[in-house]
Structures are given as C-alpha cells and as structure tokens.
Design a protein around this ligand. Structure first.
Ligand SMILES: [Zn+2]
Length: 326
C-alpha cells in the first residue's frame, strides 16, 4: 500500500482509537467496545510492523477498496472467516432486495399495452436496467445494459433508474430526458462508464417513439412479419453531443416489441453464440403469442441452446404488445 494511503489510514485508526478510549471511559464494562479497541490496537501494531494491509492467511495485499472502507480487516476476500463471509453475504442480499424493489410490476397492463419481463442478475446484483413508467397517458419503457459487471455496474444502473423516473415525471419530453441522462453520465455526475439503452414512449393508439443508443436491435413483430430496429446512436455516456434520433412506429393490436440484453444474444453453448438471428426466427414463429408466453418461449429456447454451459452475464428480456381495441 502506498505511503500516503498508509498515513491516511494510520490517522483514521488513531482517531478511532481516541474515540473508543473516550467511550470505554464512560462504559468500562462494554465488552463490544473493548474488543473494538483491541482490534484498533492490533491494526496500529501492524502499521508499525509494516504488515498492515496484508492478508494474515496468504500474505497477499488485501483489496484496497475494502481496506479503505474498513481499515480493521485482516483477511483478503478469499480468506474471510465465516462470520465475515456471512456479513458480506448479508450486504449482498440487501443489495439484491434493494435492486428488486426498483423493478416495475410484473405483467403490467397499461395505456393499451400488455407487458412482461424477465430480469435475472448473474450475481447478487445486475448492471441491466429495466423499467416501465406510466405517465400522462403514455407507457414509457426502458431496457439497458451498463458497461462492466457486478456492484459497480449496478450503482450506475440505480442512478440512471432514478434520473429517468424523476425527469419524466417532471413532464420533460423523452428526447430531452435521454439527452440529459447522456450528459450526466459524460460529466461523471453519475459514477460509472457508459450504458447501451433502448427506451421509448408508447400510446394507446399504437404510436411508438423509440430511441436505441448503441443497444442490440429491437425485434418488432406484426401480423405478417418480423423486423429488426437497429441502433440509431452510440451508447449514452460517451459523447455529450451525440444523442440518438427517434424512430417512429405505428403498431396494431397484437403487434409486439421485444427487447433484450446481450445476456440473451451472446449466451453461449460450448461451440456457438445464441445470436440475434436465432432470436428473430423464434419471434417470427411465435409472433402472435402474448408477452408472458413470449418471454417463457424465449427462456425455454435459451435453456435448450445453452444446455449445461453456465451463464456468464446478466439477462433481461422485455416484451410489449399492443392490446386489442375491442
Ligand atoms: Zn488471503
């Protein structure tokens, strides 16, 4: 660990020692405080001995971000004891719960549209973004994929989720909201890298305005055929002035939009990638199915394709179908 960080941590730990000593003076029988004080002393001893920040099991450096957030830890992530592993697991479980709370209602029917989605993080949390918002008689839909994986990606995902919701419900048009989110990621107002996203506004009369910023093609099915709506822009968070143009569609009753992340299209078995072509064929074959069944058909086909090969990415599917007018 570099000198400056060690000095910073030494000051941190020394400060904690003084606070603990003051607390122990007022509560001399508090065993928890006394045990913390022993841990703090032990950290100061390790700093003095030059072994601070090294795992006591394998002697490799402990992960820096973990050490900075808790200078008392003594083991790398591979060598946590059971209590520490349990604590980490509880944190992750909580993160999972929080992220699940951000998901829209299942099988939402709104503004003349039936929807269904499937959201499956690879680990505890996902960098995929999926949301449905009803506002002023329109249904807004969002599906995105934040670069990177795991906790870091999920942090940007939660910020984007909040920003889209806040701006849209303030009555700002979707085009401007997309531009604002792009600028915010570029200016590092939001922490993280970039995001590919499809978002749109659907109304009860079948009008759809859709933005695809560097994301995979959207599959649009109607009574007679299936078509791909390719990306018209680059991912959000790369260039301030690069905003994706809108595509306008008119969908009839029973027509469907199918959105997905690369957890589907880039899923692999031992020799091949699932691919957009296979998905397009599948959607063509089942194009009149309702959204819930369409999502199931797709998951079943994916399972058939991947077999025993383990999943390697977050997976999200979202289907929207215009309801009958009868
Ligand atoms: Zn270790």
């Amino acid at each position: 660990m570099p000198m400056m960080e060690t000095e910073f941590l030494q000051a941190e730990v020394t400060d904690r020692k003084l606070r603990l000593q003051a607390a122990v003076a007022h509560a001399p029988h508090d065993e928890n405080l006394k045990s913390l004080l022993r841990e703090v002393d032990s950290a100061l001893d390790r700093i003095a001995a030059g072994t601070f920040g090294l795992c006591e099991e394998c002697h490799d450096p402990i992960e820096k971000d973990r050490l900075l957030s808790n200078p008392l830890i003594r083991y790398c992530i591979d060598h946590l004891n059971k209590a520490e592993r349990d604590a980490l697991q509880r944190d992750l479980d909580l993160a999972t719960q929080l992220q699940n709370k951000l998901l829209p209602p299942a099988n939402l029917c709104s503004c003349g549209w039936h929807t269904s989605y499937h959201y499956a993080p690879l680990g505890a949390v996902s960098g995929d973004y999926c949301d449905l918002i009803e506002h002023n008689g329109s249904l807004y839909f969002f599906l995105g994929d934040v670069s990177g994986k795991g906790i870091a990606a999920s942090l940007l995902m939660t910020q984007i989720h909040a920003l889209f919701r806040n701006l849209l419900t303030m009555g700002i048009p979707l085009r401007q909201v997309v531009a604002h989110v792009n600028r915010s990621i570029c200016e590092k107002v939001l922490t993280g890298n970039y995001v590919t996203i499809v978002c749109g506004q659907a109304t009860a009369n079948g009008d759809v305005e859709i933005y695809n910023a560097g994301h995979l093609p959207v599959i649009v099915t109607n009574r007679d055929n299936v078509q791909l709506l390719e990306s018209t822009g680059i991912p959000l968070g790369l260039f301030q002035e690069a905003n994706p143009p809108a595509a306008k569609l008119q969908l009839e009753s029973g027509d469907t939009l199918f959105l997905y992340t690369d957890g589907l299209s880039e899923a692999r078995n031992h020799e091949d990638e699932y691919g957009v072509d296979r998905l397009t064929e599948l959607m063509d074959k089942h194009r009149r199915l309702p959204p819930t069944e369409l999502v199931s058909v797709c998951l079943n086909d994916l399972a058939r394709f991947t077999g025993t090969t383990p999943r390697s990415d977050d997976l999200t599917l979202l289907a929207l179908q215009r309801m009958g007018t009868a």
